[in-house]
Design a protein around this ligand. Structure first.
Ligand SMILES: [Zn+2]
Length: 136
């Protein structure tokens, strides 16, 4: 069974959960999950948590990565967007400790001085040029 539109090809066991997330997109053209497979579990957990607060909540832009952490923007349909935002913020912080590629313990690394940020583990970082920010 190959997935619904927008479900990443490598979704594996998380495909049903990611499909639920995609169905929440306010605009069908935003139905995209553009993060590495290491974060799929985190996204499914986040969706479950938000759903428990507001079962009809919606996502207002594609799910992607910004500054090395997950970017997930939501609106409540019952007037608790602020509460949902707090939950999302906690997961954004959590994503800075989870390797976006493999789901192992990761850390925020940068590519070159002041360059791109990415949360990855030492194994996945090998050979990519990503390294810890120099100590200040
Ligand atoms: Zn990794």
């Amino acid at each position: 069974m190959s997935g619904a539109p927008g479900v990443p090809a490598d979704a594996g066991e998380f495909a049903p959960g990611l499909e639920r997330i995609l169905r929440r997109m306010r605009s069908p053209s935003d139905a995209m999950i553009a993060v590495g497979p290491g974060w799929y579990r985190l996204l499914v957990e986040l969706d479950a948590r938000l759903e428990s607060l507001d079962p009809g909540y919606r996502i207002i832009r594609p799910v992607d990565e910004r500054y090395g952490v997950v970017s997930y923007e939501v609106e409540s349909v019952i007037g608790i967007t602020g509460t949902l935002d707090d939950v999302v913020t906690a997961f954004e912080l959590k994503s800075a400790t989870v390797c976006e590629r493999c789901g192992g313990p990761g850390q925020l690394l940068s590519h070159g001085h002041g360059g791109w940020l990415k949360t990855i583990c030492p194994d996945c970082a090998r050979g990519t040029g990503y390294r810890p920010e120099p100590a200040r």
